[in-house]
Ligand binder design. Structure first.
Ligand code: NAD
Ligand code: TYD
Length: 351
């Protein structure tokens, strides 16, 4: 097996992808890391400023649904491994534009799988395709129970249906062509660099700017939250140590009802912003529910814990506090997102 490898990471300018790129570029000097990203509204190369000049890092601007482009880069760089994160990732957007989700998440994944299969033609030694997926493929839990790796797929939103479909295609390429793959299904992430359309960064920004906090429905929906750096560490482990053709669930055994999480966030923000106790909670506004809103997600991550020795490194209170601090210390990051400046700059650079 060769020592120096070319690793393709897709979606590296996004939230989770940027943390994975940083970890891989700094930890593995024997890898050349190629970050392939289309720089959609969710992609922001500011997230990678600290590693962009590393000698083992290259950014490739392109779309995973562009078959000619993908085939070209696979033939040019002969990727030994792929860590595939590029996706349309927000449930609310999938409700208004489901086709965009089918295109990137299903077709884009298939184009990558095909390129990988055609490049290696059964010479699989030392090769691996890793699909980073979500627990939302399992659908919704009732008041009790946990998702395990053998829970049946039962997706409810166009987002989760597109991720479920791409998981199935990855498995099908494994069964049909022998393509070496691993899949992980992770719970809700939070942390630095998350795009402020998702619950935690949106609410942090709204609290700072004293805007309403729109709580969908009665707020009694439950999510299982994981700090993004713990997810990146898990991805590194699964990529290197996960068994071939296996799936790993990743989650923090950290369930929160939305309304309880929002109240905790309000309390921490009041302290950090030196505001009166209860001031931020006054911004809570109950709004119309999301259609098809999944009641509860909760992950049983005992397989990755037992087999790969992974467990989260921070408690939720610590992770949330670090996340708030990051947003308070990086106000210009949020300002460039909300003004749109982050896109203008890189559109010019990569047009
Ligand atoms: P994100 O929306 O922050 O980033 C997605 C990235 O993919 C962006 O940089 C975007 O420019 C890029 N991209 C989108 N379409 C593309 C295309 N057609 N070609 C090339 N690049 C494209 O997403 P995220 O939250 O970082 O999620 C990353 C992955 O992890 C996704 O596959 C998502 O399904 C999965 N995941 C996310 C969570 C979560 O809580 N955020 C949880 C579990 C799994
Ligand atoms: P989100 O961050 O969009 O992640 P997902 O839908 O993938 O779980 O939402 C997390 C939870 O917060 C979900 O139950 C929907 C809810 N939510 C709100 O109540 N208000 C909001 O403005 C947003 C974005 C989400």
């Amino acid at each position: 097996m060769k020592n120096n490898k070319n690793i393709l990471i897709t979606g590296g300018a996004g939230f989770i992808g940027s943390h994975v790129i940083r970890l891989m570029v700094t930890k593995y000097s024997n890898y050349h890391i190629y970050n392939l990203d289309a720089l959609t509204y969710a992609g922001n190369l500011e997230n990678l400023r600290d590693v962009e000049n590393a000698s083992n890092y290259t950014f490739l601007h392109g779309d995973i649904t562009d078959e000619a482009f993908i085939n070209g880069i696979f033939s040019e760089y002969q990727f030994d491994g792929v860590i595939h994160l590029a996706a349309e990732s927000h449930v609310d957007r999938s409700i208004t534009d489901p086709l965009a989700f089918a295109k990137t998440n299903i077709l884009g994944t298939m184009i990558l799988l095909n390129a990988f299969k055609d490049l290696w033609q059964n010479n699989w030694e030392g090769k691996r395709f890793y699909h980073v997926s979500t627990d939302e493929v399992y659908g919704s839990l009732g008041e009790t129970g946990l998702f395990t790796e053998s829970t049946s797929y039962d997706p409810n939103s166009p987002y989760s249906a597109s991720k479920a479909s791409s998981d199935h295609f990855v498995r099908a390429y494994g069964e049909t062509y022998g393509l070496p793959y691993v899949i992980s299904n992770c719970s809700n992430n939070y942390g630095p660099n998350q795009f402020p359309e998702k619950l935690i960064p949106l609410f942090i920004n709204n609290i700072i700017t004293k805007k309403a906090l729109p709580v969908y429905g009665d707020g009694n929906y439950t999510r299982d939250w994981l700090y993004v750096i713990d997810h990146a560490i898990a991805i590194d482990l699964v990529f290197h140590k996960g068994a071939n053709h296996e799936t790993y669930n990743i989650g923090g055994f950290n369930e929160w009802k939305n309304i309880d999480l929002i109240k905790l966030l309000c309390q921490q923000m009041d302290e950090k912003l030196v505001r009166a106790v209860g001031e931020s909670e006054k911004l809570i506004t109950y709004v119309k529910d999301r259609p098809g809103h999944d009641l509860r997600y909760a992950i049983d991550s005992s397989k990755i814990n037992k087999e790969l020795g992974w467990s989260p490194s921070v408690t939720f209170e610590e992770g949330l506090s670090k996340t708030i601090d990051w947003f308070l210390e990086n106000k210009e990051w949020m300002d460039s997102i909300t003004s749109g400046a982050y896109q203008d700059y890189y559109r010019q650079l990569y047009k």
